[in-house]
Design a protein around this ligand. Structure first.
Ligand SMILES: [Zn+2]
Ligand SMILES: [Zn+2]
Length: 373
């Protein structure tokens, strides 16, 4: 682990979350480099923080790569009530198990792993139903406790949440899976149930939107991609979008014209009142809207046109990540060369540059991943 670089000014708090309480005494007071913010919207600086220790059911992972996501940006700005200051963001990670709690059965030091951004408890009703992505007692690294924009991160309920990486899958690629690619995969296949030949509209072509374009195309759908940024639309075209629409005009009318009456499935992959409403209004009768982007109340709530929902029999669906148990289908498609999450990674950064990238989320196309700590 990293050498101590002196007093941090940050209270002992690594591993905040379930199982942490009694273990804090084991954490060293200085040890690992992490991106820290002490006020919402305030400076993002790299400093030494205490080493995390695993809870009895958890592990500590040495982070090999960690993506920077719009959800981190929401957390930094104070849009997520789970975030307590000071805080270390980061939830899209891959790395190597470095320490293991005494009740963990399936994992050992040295294993190469990733996790969903929603870490399930494994015991509650939704978990017993196989829906860990909506676990009633979930933890989320980078939100409910300190995250992975750091050399090491603590993860809870390892036997429920860790996913083994195939040999040959780099950490950089795997870091893109835990949040955006997995979220898009389940939104398109599991929730939207996209079928070959259907029209899919994707509103917002950031990381999750571009992932959705790629997954929908691989599923045999015809895709209309919508964004305001030319760079994002150009990537959407590369990933197989048949049409692109600049999201400043009458988007639903343009989608209806391009698709001969509206999309069968439409995703709000950004999470804004305007994109949510555009997505719903882009549907043909009996179409399925899938809400993927977060809609924090602080940014305003969309006024859902329920008259249209009933009149056209629209389905409004939410999709919140993907449980670890559902990863194998996605990973086998990646291993078979049918899906290419690595193409989404447009920038590899050092931890020292992570703060600037987090504050500027959305300004550059594709996904930024921290690969040097
Ligand atoms: Zn649960
Ligand atoms: Zn994310």
């Amino acid at each position: 682990m990293a050498a101590c670089v002196g007093p941090t000014g940050v209270p002992v708090g690594v591993g905040r979350g379930p199982g942490d309480g009694g273990d804090r005494a084991h954490g060293r007071l200085c040890g690992v480099r992490a991106l820290v913010f002490e006020e919402f919207g305030g400076p993002l600086g790299v400093r030494a923080v205490p080493d995390p220790t695993p809870s009895r059911d958890g592990v500590v992972v040495q982070v090999g790569a960690s993506g920077i996501c719009r959800s981190d940006w929401h957390g930094w700005l104070g849009h997520d009530p789970d975030v307590v200051l000071p805080h270390v963001p980061g939830h899209e990670l891959a790395g190597t198990v470095a320490a293991v709690g005494d009740r963990v059965r399936d994992w050992a030091v040295g294993d190469r792993v990733t996790v969903p951004f929603v870490c399930a408890c494994g015991h509650c009703g939704p978990c017993r139903d196989g829906a860990g992505q909506v676990c009633a007692d979930q933890t989320q690294p980078g939100f409910t406790h300190w995250g992975s924009l750091a050399e090491f991160v603590a993860l809870e309920a390892a036997d429920v949440n860790l996913v083994a990486l195939p040999d040959g899958m780099p950490f950089t690629t795997a870091a893109a899976l835990g949040c955006r690619f997995a979220t898009a995969f389940r939104a398109v296949t599991g929730v939207g149930r996209v079928r070959p030949g259907e029209w899919v509209a994707v509103h917002g072509c950031g990381g999750v939107g571009l992932s959705a374009v790629q997954v929908a195309v691989a599923a045999g759908a015809r895709v209309v991609a919508v964004d305001v940024a030319p760079g994002a639309l150009s990537l959407a075209r590369q990933f197989g979008a048949e049409h692109v629409v600049t999201g400043t005009g009458d988007v639903p009318a343009e989608v209806a014209e391009l698709t001969g009456g509206g999309a069968h499935v439409s995703l709000d992959a950004l999470g804004a009142a305007a994109t949510c409403l555009n997505s719903i209004r882009s549907l043909r009768p009996r179409g399925r809207h899938v809400q993927v982007g977060l809609l924090p109340p602080a940014l305003g709530r969309p006024e859902i046109p329920m008259d249209l929902v009933i009149g056209a029999e629209l389905a409004l669906l939410g999709s919140h990540g993907m449980a670890a148990a559902d990863y194998p289908a996605m990973i086998s498609l990646i291993a078979a060369g049918r899906l290419h999450p690595e193409l989404l990674v447009t920038r590899e950064l050092a931890l020292a540059d992570a703060g600037g990238a987090l504050a500027a989320v959305g300004r550059e196309p594709g996904i930024a991943v921290v690969t040097s700590f």
